[in-house]
Every structure is written in C-alpha cells, then in structure tokens.
Design a protein around this ligand. Structure first.
Ligand code: OGA
Ligand code: MN
Length: 297
C-alpha cells in the first residue's frame, strides 16, 4: 500500500478490504505529488481513509486539504429548509452536527434536527444533484459519549458478490434520486413546493465504473426512489434488495470518532449512515467538505 511521506506513517488497512488509516499526517501542509497520489490510490482501491491525529482540524485546513482533490460543493440546504441562521463561516462546509448558530444544541422542534435524521439512512452524499460527489471529508470536533458513530459500507465488494444474473439485470439501469424522498423517509414533515423546486431530482446509473481501476460498484442511496427503466414498484423492490444485500455486516465498518479525526470517503464506491445518539442531551460538532465530480477527477 502507498506510504505517507518519508518519515510519515504508512496507511494501514483496518477493516475488510476497504478502510485504511493514516496516523499523524499534518493536513495543514500542502500535499506533495506522491502523497496526493497515494491518497487517491487508497481511496480507489479501498474507499474510506481515516486521518487520525491531524490535530485539530480548522475550517481553513479542512478546506485547503479538500481543495487538492477537486472543486468543493457549496450548499445551504439546511438553512433553506429551516429559515435559520448559519453556524459555520462558509457554505463550502456542510454542518452535520447538532448545534445552532449560538452553539446551543438544536431545540427538539428545530427543522434542522429533522433534516439531519435523514443522515441515519444509508446513503451516498448528494446523489440527488446532477453533478455527483466524488469524495466527502468529514471532520470531528466534538463527539458524544455514546452513539454518534458513522458506518460505511463497501459497494465494490457488494457488487462483486452479486449473482451473475443480477449483474446482468442491473447493467444499464438508472435510478432517480431526490433529497425530498429520503427526507420524507427520515420522518421530516412536509416541505413547501417552492423549496422543493430548489432541488429537483437527478438520475444516475445504478452501477459506477471507476475510471482509474475499472472496478464496478453499486451506486445506491436512500435518496433513490425508483428505477427509470422499470415499473415503479418493481424498481423499488430491486433497490430495497440491493440495499439490504450491500449493507450486510460483512460489508460494513463502524467508525468510532475521536475529536481531530478527518475521514475521507469515496461516495462512488461506498455508502454511509450516522448512528443515533442522544442528540437532545449531547453536543456533536461535525463538518463536511464535499468534492464534486469533474471530467478530470
Ligand atoms: C455526512 C453524513 C453521518 C454522520 O456527513 O455526509 O452523512 O454520522 N454524516 O454524521
Ligand atoms: Mn452523508
């Protein structure tokens, strides 16, 4: 496996065939070409990379580290949905914690709380937009004492293990994805039509082929409502079966966060979900940078 830099610790594989850890990389320093290549390689061949003891990740360090892997997504969806203020200083970071703009834990009826519940369902980030996300980089600042882990599932191995007939059946199929579909599943109340119009659904192939390795992976998310080429109920059943298959324990790693962890994953080869915690009692401060797919990356 690729090495960090000279005098840097190596990447170690820690779970199945898809999670690597790199201890002690200073993410505030620009990456040299070798290290950059190693990270891309690790994500191509595995899917999730944990950077530990990066010490502590400032917003600026997280952004400058992330930018080295492609253009950043900007998004203010939670603010649109909740009509509340923002806590973070830039819309290049997505606030996935449970704190409001004053640093207090979200009130029980805060719409952002309901919005975040959607993250507890298996998904890949922003599949509901026409431009897909390649990598997400999630930094932990404050973590709760119990729960609040994040689980990842390996969509490459899940694809490989499908029966030949299923692989043939899904070849060339496309799913429709909508944030409003997954938010309704997550229990969020009705959203008005003008807000819904700001995020129309998007369509993507059900199977992703990594352009560098040629490896196939399932591209699934709770945002996916149906399959374009199939009868709605039948497509729904297929999505449920594929999701159940791909999230069996043998494909899943559960990450126990430590403050200062930065976890980077490939959305095109993994799914993830949050694990519940007592979000009325304990603060959880987590911030995500998201890289958009471009023809070159
Ligand atoms: C995310 C996400 C889950 C979590 O940041 O994209 O889904 O555990 N997070 O916070
Ligand atoms: Mn997510």
């Amino acid at each position: 496996m690729g090495r960090c830099m000279e005098a840097m610790p190596e990447f170690k594989l820690i779970s199945g065939e898809f999670v690597a850890i790199c201890d002690g990389l200073d993410i505030a320093q620009p990456l040299d070409d070798e290290m950059h290549r190693s990270i891309v390689e690790v994500l191509d061949h595995y899917g999730v990379c944990i950077f530990r003891n990066t010490n502590p990740v400032s917003e600026q360090d997280q952004l400058s580290f992330a930018r080295q892997f492609g253009p950043l997504m900007r998004q203010r969806m939670q603010q649109t949905v909740s009509a509340r203020g923002i806590r973070l200083t830039t819309d290049e970071l997505i606030d996935v914690g449970n704190l409001d703009e004053e640093g207090n834990i979200h009130a029980i009826d805060d719409p952002r709380r309901a919005f975040h519940k959607g993250n507890l369902l298996w998904h890949s980030d922003v599949t509901f937009d026409p431009v897909r996300a390649t990598y997400s980089l999630l930094a932990a600042h404050v973590v709760p004492p119990d729960g609040g882990e994040t689980e990842f599932a390996d969509m490459k191995s899940a694809y490989d293990d499908l029966a030949g007939g299923v692989k043939q059946r899904i070849d060339g199929l496309n799913a429709e994805h909508s944030i409003w579909y997954s938010r309704a599943l997550g229990g969020m109340g009705d959203i008005n039509a003008s807000i819904k119009k700001t995020r129309p659904p998007a369509q993507h192939p059900l199977v992703n082929i990594n352009p560098r390795t040629g490896r196939r992976a399932l591209y699934l998310a709770s945002h996916a409502s149906h399959i374009l080429e199939m009868d709605r109920a039948e497509g729904r059943r297929l999505l449920d079966q594929l999701t159940a298959h791909a999230t069996q324990r043998r494909y899943v790693y559960r990450h126990q966060w430590q403050p200062g962890d930065l976890v980077m994953w490939d959305n095109l080869q993994t799914m993830h979900r949050g694990v519940p915690f007592d979000d009325v009692l304990h603060p959880r401060d987590m911030r995500r940078a998201t890289i958009l797919e471009t023809p070159g990356n």
